[in-house]
Design a protein around this ligand. Structure first.
Ligand code: IVH
Length: 670
């Protein structure tokens, strides 16, 4: 096949597949069988492989993902992404409508919509082609997650004409309930931690580096707003309908997912309808959004600092269900903190089946006055784990016994301790209580700490049980043979792990410090300590007073640190880790200088030694100014890997100095 013939066929296949995709995912219609669709897709894939120049970034083959993004670029929103002010009662809606009527004299039409519970997204299209997708972020700037959003099949990559040349459309990406349950079932089978709820899962999924995994998770999206400099339409409803004509998935009028009403009664009817019907939706909503329809009236009403005055949301009350308490079990965390957990008769709540609820601590249990076999009310608020909010005392069995908080550790039987003024009970057998030993190692290797690949919770359990490791320093003396003898560890995974351990020796001091898992010493505190004391030796020998005087270190943290190092075993552990080669001193990064004063600096691409955020921080600490786009005013472009060629060209056209990461670090070394 010559290129020309191939190009024609690629275009033909691509149009056809886009169309079938639209019918299936936006219109719920299947025009061809899955088999036929796959055949066409395979043919297209084949051609794209054979003629790489014909592969378009918006080809239907991109729906399956595969692109890896290391760090998402931060970009500024052209139109700020505001939020909605929330109301929780019908009275507030009535008041809102009255306020509106004070400003607008003429008739007002309202559009009622569902408030989809997912993640906001802004997608730009240029000449009818998907251009970029950005998360809400802080409302002013968000993260560029285009490769992940391209995999969402309800979002068109090419639009049906007519379309504006350049515009943005906003909507909500969510995970349908069925997908959420399917995903968790799979995770359960593979003994992976379960996801908490569809919204968090959608949000986490969109931040994955591997768009192939995003594609597998089958996210969905409803679009709810058009943003352009000059709109053809004069009102919101028409704009949404127009979006539908261009190929976007919009709420279905015939299913009352969107409705035009002319007064507050219409709004309240819509709310009442969906308060009842929302259980039947295949996705979660957390309320209703009401918008003034006319753009002219919207303008007249204007905005507050955070939200438009012409729109408001009504949030549904959190759902509450009753179920029976089966038992209370107790979990031991890595710091020895004991968390009581209620095991419940499984009950359906807000789209998922709930079997367990956190009881937080003894105080909480006392407050609820929990008795054996009690019927309890469970709510799922915004938080991850559902909670017990009340007990139905009327249903309590006669003679039911009060549930007492345990006195001994469920894992090692040590006597539990609770300090005055603290709510949590602790097991103090830090060095031998198995969940604490394992938990500390898991924490040490976790992504936010030492980020050691190739070691899961199960392998840690097995290594501890086999007696190969008792603490984090033992990790560094594991041998190839020991690891190979473990279940499910083959040559490749063993090498992977050993490489991971070796690489961790280059981790900066603050990560090591955080990895130690000292109680109350989280990521931020670790950074503050590393910056203030510069080395572990200085921290170990610091007095309580010196610690308390440090920025953001309070009494509780200071006491915890000084107690930690009063224990000689903990000091010895540091010694062993030093011998293993870990970093216990803060490297001089040339922080805090005015070496970059007066310079406007743009960073782009991905970096090896530091994250983009870290580099940005260094720029600020050395007096420079971060800027997100290249202009005549830019002084320096710090170019990372994979940066776009257009940026590079623009910078060199404007004669801007371009340096790489290493040169940048050299500049700020004193
Ligand atoms: S309109 C200026 N319509 O709710 C406000 N937002 O606090 C523009 N949301 O994160 C938003 N469903 O992503 C609008 N039908 C809907 C919505 C909706 C969900 C989300 C939105 C934003 C939050 C607003």
């Amino acid at each position: 096949m010559n290129v020309e013939v191939a190009a024609n066929r690629v275009k033909e296949l691509s149009d056809l597949l886009h169309h079938y995709n639209y019918l299936y995912y936006v219109k719920n219609e299947s025009a061809v069988s899955d088999y036929e669709f796959d055949q066409l897709l395979k043919e297209l894939e084949g051609l794209e492989q054979q003629f790489p120049d014909l592969a378009d970034e918006n080809s239907p083959t991109k729906r399956v993902g595969g692109d890896i993004t290391k760090n998402f670029e931060t970009v500024k929103h052209k139109y700020p992404m505001l939020s909605l002010s929330n109301t929780y009662s019908k009275e507030e809606i009535v008041e809102w409508e009255e306020r509106i009527k004070k400003t607008i004299e003429s008739d007002i039409e309202y559009v009622c919509e569902l408030k989809y519970d997912g993640v906001a997204i802004g997608i730009r299209y240029v000449n009818g082609i998907f251009h970029s997708a950005v998360t809400r972020g802080d409302g002013t700037q968000g993260e560029l997650i285009s490769p992940n959003v391209r995999t969402i099949k309800a979002i068109p990559l090419k639009l049906s004409a007519p379309y504006p040349d350049d515009f943005e459309i906003r909507g909500e990406i969510f995970m349908p309930l069925q997908e959420f349950e399917k995903l968790n079932e799979e995770r359960k089978k593979n003994e992976l931690a379960l996801f908490a709820n569809p919204r968090n899962t959608a949000s986490g999924t969109l931040k994955l580096q591997d768009s192939g995994i995003v594609a597998d998770r089958n996210l969905d999206c409803f679009l709810y707003g058009l943003y352009q400099d000059r709109a053809e339409q004069t009102n919101h409803f028409d704009a949404v309908s127009f979006a539908g004509e261009m190929g976007f998935k919009i709420p279905r009028l015939e299913e009352k997912m969107i409705s035009k009403v002319s007064n507050v009664d219409g709004i309240l009817d819509f709310i009442a309808y969906w308060d009842e019907k929302r259980k039947d939706l295949p996705f979660e909503i957390d309320g209703i959004v009401i918008k003034v329809n006319s753009y002219r009236q919207q303008e007249e009403l204007g905005y507050t600092a955070k939200s438009p005055r012409w729109a408001i949301s009504f949030k549904f009350k959190t759902e509450r269900v009753e179920t029976q308490l089966q038992s209370v079990s107790y979990q031991v965390g890595r710091t020895g903190a004991i968390t009581p957990v209620a095991n419940l008769e499984p009950v359906y709540l807000g789209g998922t089946t709930v079997k367990r609820a956190s009881l937080h601590n003894a105080e909480q249990m006392e407050k609820l006055d929990l008795h054996e076999g009690d019927y309890v009310f469970v709510e799922k608020g915004g938080e991850i784990i559902p909670k017990i909010v009340d007990v139905n005392e009327d249903k309590r069995a006669e003679g039911a016994r009060v549930i007492q908080f345990i006195a001994h550790c469920p894992a090692c039987s040590s006597v539990l301790a609770k300090e005055d003024g603290e709510a949590q009970h602790y097991c103090l057998n830090e060095k031998a209580c198995p969940p604490q030993v394992k938990g500390k190692i898991e924490h040490f290797i976790s992504r936010r700490a030492m980020n050691i690949d190739g070691l899961g919770a199960e392998t840690i359990d097995a290594l501890v049980e086999a007696g190969f490791i008792r603490n984090i320093s033992d990790l560094y003396s594991l041998s190839y043979e020991q690891l190979l003898s473990m279940d499910r560890m083959a040559d490749k995974s063993v090498r992977n792990l050993l490489d991971g351990l070796e690489a961790s020796k280059a981790m900066p001091f603050e990560k090591v410090l955080f990895g130690l898992g000292i109680r109350f010493v989280g990521e931020t505190v670790s950074k503050k300590l590393a910056k203030a004391f510069k080395s572990i030796d200085a921290i170990i020998s610091a007095s309580y007073d010196a610690l308390v005087e440090t920025d953001e270190i309070g009494e509780k943290i200071a006491l915890s640190i000084s107690n930690h190092f009063k224990d000689q075993d903990n000091v010895d552990l540091i010694q062993q880790l030093k011998l293993a080669g870990l970093c216990f001193e803060k490297e001089d990064e040339g922080m805090d200088s005015d070496l970059l004063a007066g310079l406007s600096i743009v960073i782009s691409g991905t970096f090896n030694q530091y994250s983009r955020d870290e580099i940005k921080k260094m720029i600020e600490m050395n007096g420079g100014k971060n800027s997100s786009s290249i202009s005549k005013k830019t002084s320096i472009l710090v170019a990372g890997e994979n940066m776009g060629p257009s940026k590079l060209k623009k910078a060199s056209d404007l004669n801007i100095e371009i340096i790489n990461e290493e040169e940048f670090l050299n500049r700020i070394k004193k």
